[in-house]
Design a protein around this ligand. Structure first.
Ligand code: FES
Length: 174
Protein backbone atom coordinates (compact mmCIF):
# COMPACT_ATOMS: atom_id res chain seq x y z
CA UNK A 1 0.00 0.00 0.00
CA UNK A 2 1.29 3.46 -0.90
CA UNK A 3 2.35 5.77 1.89
CA UNK A 4 1.34 9.44 1.78
CA UNK A 5 4.89 10.22 0.67
CA UNK A 6 4.62 7.70 -2.23
CA UNK A 7 1.28 9.15 -3.25
CA UNK A 8 2.73 12.67 -3.15
CA UNK A 9 5.74 11.65 -5.26
CA UNK A 10 3.49 9.93 -7.83
CA UNK A 11 1.29 13.01 -8.03
CA UNK A 12 4.36 15.22 -8.49
CA UNK A 13 5.78 12.94 -11.20
CA UNK A 14 2.44 12.96 -12.98
CA UNK A 15 2.21 16.75 -12.76
CA UNK A 16 5.74 17.18 -14.08
CA UNK A 17 5.11 14.78 -16.97
CA UNK A 18 2.27 17.04 -18.07
CA UNK A 19 4.34 20.22 -18.14
CA UNK A 20 5.06 21.11 -21.74
CA UNK A 21 8.38 22.95 -22.08
CA UNK A 22 8.23 26.25 -23.93
CA UNK A 23 9.70 26.53 -27.41
CA UNK A 24 12.40 28.77 -25.94
CA UNK A 25 13.35 26.12 -23.34
CA UNK A 26 13.50 23.50 -26.08
CA UNK A 27 15.76 25.79 -28.12
CA UNK A 28 18.06 26.24 -25.10
CA UNK A 29 18.45 22.46 -24.74
CA UNK A 30 18.85 21.98 -28.47
CA UNK A 31 21.56 24.62 -28.91
CA UNK A 32 23.40 24.14 -25.60
CA UNK A 33 27.13 24.58 -26.16
CA UNK A 34 26.67 24.95 -29.92
CA UNK A 35 28.71 27.54 -31.81
CA UNK A 36 26.68 30.23 -33.56
CA UNK A 37 23.62 29.52 -31.42
CA UNK A 38 23.17 33.08 -30.19
CA UNK A 39 20.96 34.45 -32.98
CA UNK A 40 18.65 31.39 -33.14
CA UNK A 41 18.27 31.53 -29.36
CA UNK A 42 17.48 35.24 -29.41
CA UNK A 43 14.95 34.61 -32.19
CA UNK A 44 13.38 31.82 -30.13
CA UNK A 45 13.12 34.14 -27.10
CA UNK A 46 11.68 36.95 -29.23
CA UNK A 47 9.08 34.57 -30.70
CA UNK A 48 8.19 33.20 -27.27
CA UNK A 49 7.85 36.50 -25.39
CA UNK A 50 7.48 39.05 -28.24
CA UNK A 51 10.57 40.72 -26.78
CA UNK A 52 13.81 39.65 -25.10
CA UNK A 53 13.33 39.63 -21.34
CA UNK A 54 16.36 40.02 -19.07
CA UNK A 55 15.81 36.48 -17.76
CA UNK A 56 16.11 35.12 -21.31
CA UNK A 57 19.45 36.90 -21.77
CA UNK A 58 20.78 35.26 -18.62
CA UNK A 59 19.53 31.82 -19.66
CA UNK A 60 21.13 32.24 -23.08
CA UNK A 61 24.34 33.40 -21.44
CA UNK A 62 24.35 30.26 -19.27
CA UNK A 63 24.06 27.82 -22.20
CA UNK A 64 26.36 29.67 -24.63
CA UNK A 65 28.99 30.98 -22.19
CA UNK A 66 28.63 34.37 -23.85
CA UNK A 67 28.63 37.19 -21.27
CA UNK A 68 25.23 38.87 -20.81
CA UNK A 69 26.79 42.26 -21.64
CA UNK A 70 27.85 40.92 -25.03
CA UNK A 71 24.36 39.51 -25.67
CA UNK A 72 22.85 42.91 -24.83
CA UNK A 73 25.17 44.40 -27.45
CA UNK A 74 23.86 41.99 -30.09
CA UNK A 75 20.22 42.58 -29.08
CA UNK A 76 20.56 46.33 -29.38
CA UNK A 77 22.40 46.03 -32.71
CA UNK A 78 19.57 44.19 -34.50
CA UNK A 79 16.28 46.04 -34.85
CA UNK A 80 14.36 42.75 -35.00
CA UNK A 81 15.05 42.27 -31.28
CA UNK A 82 13.19 44.29 -28.65
CA UNK A 83 14.13 44.77 -25.03
CA UNK A 84 10.73 46.02 -23.93
CA UNK A 85 7.41 44.18 -24.09
CA UNK A 86 5.00 45.21 -26.86
CA UNK A 87 1.78 47.03 -26.11
CA UNK A 88 -1.48 45.19 -25.63
CA UNK A 89 -2.41 46.10 -29.22
CA UNK A 90 0.03 46.22 -32.12
CA UNK A 91 -1.00 48.84 -34.66
CA UNK A 92 0.37 47.83 -38.06
CA UNK A 93 0.19 50.65 -40.55
CA UNK A 94 0.66 49.43 -44.10
CA UNK A 95 3.25 51.27 -46.16
CA UNK A 96 3.02 49.05 -49.22
CA UNK A 97 2.77 50.76 -52.61
CA UNK A 98 -1.03 51.10 -52.76
CA UNK A 99 -1.23 52.42 -49.21
CA UNK A 100 1.77 54.67 -49.69
CA UNK A 101 0.23 56.45 -52.68
CA UNK A 102 -3.02 56.73 -50.75
CA UNK A 103 -1.46 58.55 -47.82
CA UNK A 104 -0.09 55.93 -45.41
CA UNK A 105 2.51 58.43 -44.17
CA UNK A 106 -0.25 60.84 -43.23
CA UNK A 107 -1.99 57.99 -41.41
CA UNK A 108 1.20 57.22 -39.52
CA UNK A 109 1.71 60.86 -38.59
CA UNK A 110 -1.85 61.19 -37.37
CA UNK A 111 -1.43 58.13 -35.14
CA UNK A 112 1.89 59.31 -33.71
CA UNK A 113 0.23 62.65 -32.94
CA UNK A 114 -2.87 61.18 -31.29
CA UNK A 115 -1.03 58.57 -29.25
CA UNK A 116 2.14 60.58 -28.61
CA UNK A 117 4.24 57.62 -29.68
CA UNK A 118 7.04 57.14 -32.19
CA UNK A 119 7.30 54.40 -34.77
CA UNK A 120 8.35 51.05 -33.25
CA UNK A 121 7.60 52.35 -29.78
CA UNK A 122 4.89 51.64 -27.23
CA UNK A 123 2.57 54.17 -25.63
CA UNK A 124 3.26 55.09 -22.02
CA UNK A 125 0.09 53.29 -20.88
CA UNK A 126 1.33 50.10 -22.56
CA UNK A 127 -1.76 49.90 -24.75
CA UNK A 128 -0.40 50.38 -28.27
CA UNK A 129 2.79 49.62 -30.18
CA UNK A 130 3.09 51.31 -33.55
CA UNK A 131 4.72 49.50 -36.47
CA UNK A 132 4.86 50.37 -40.16
CA UNK A 133 4.68 47.19 -42.23
CA UNK A 134 4.74 46.07 -45.85
CA UNK A 135 1.58 45.15 -47.77
CA UNK A 136 -1.14 43.68 -45.56
CA UNK A 137 -2.78 42.03 -48.55
CA UNK A 138 -5.93 44.12 -48.86
CA UNK A 139 -4.71 46.88 -51.20
CA UNK A 140 -8.21 47.68 -52.49
CA UNK A 141 -8.91 49.11 -49.02
CA UNK A 142 -5.83 51.38 -49.02
CA UNK A 143 -4.77 53.02 -46.84
CA UNK A 144 -4.98 50.18 -44.34
CA UNK A 145 -3.96 49.44 -40.79
CA UNK A 146 -4.45 46.51 -38.46
CA UNK A 147 -4.95 46.72 -34.74
CA UNK A 148 -4.35 43.26 -33.35
CA UNK A 149 -6.30 40.99 -35.72
CA UNK A 150 -8.75 43.66 -36.88
CA UNK A 151 -8.26 45.31 -40.26
CA UNK A 152 -9.32 48.90 -40.90
CA UNK A 153 -9.35 50.27 -44.43
CA UNK A 154 -10.00 53.47 -46.39
CA UNK A 155 -8.61 55.35 -43.43
CA UNK A 156 -8.59 59.09 -43.00
CA UNK A 157 -7.61 61.19 -40.00
CA UNK A 158 -11.21 61.28 -38.73
CA UNK A 159 -11.77 57.53 -38.84
CA UNK A 160 -8.43 56.88 -37.16
CA UNK A 161 -9.31 59.18 -34.31
CA UNK A 162 -12.63 57.38 -33.78
CA UNK A 163 -11.07 53.92 -33.99
CA UNK A 164 -8.35 54.72 -31.44
CA UNK A 165 -10.84 56.44 -29.16
CA UNK A 166 -13.03 53.31 -29.21
CA UNK A 167 -10.07 51.16 -28.10
CA UNK A 168 -9.13 53.55 -25.30
CA UNK A 169 -12.74 53.79 -24.10
CA UNK A 170 -13.13 50.04 -24.21
CA UNK A 171 -10.03 49.70 -22.05
CA UNK A 172 -11.14 52.22 -19.47
CA UNK A 173 -14.53 50.43 -19.22
CA UNK A 174 -12.84 47.11 -18.47
S1 FES B 1 -0.26 48.06 -50.04
FE1 FES B 1 -1.37 48.29 -48.20
S2 FES B 1 -2.59 46.54 -48.14
FE2 FES B 1 -1.40 46.26 -49.91
Amino acid sequence: MDTIKDMYQKAEAERESKIVPSAFSVALWKHKGEEGALIPLLQAAQTQYSYIPESAIHRISAVTDIPASEIYGVVTFYTQFKLTPPGKYIIRVCDGTACHVNGSMTILNVITGILDVEVDETTKDGLFTLQPVACLGCCSLAPVMMIGDETYGRLNPGTIKNILKAYSENESNN
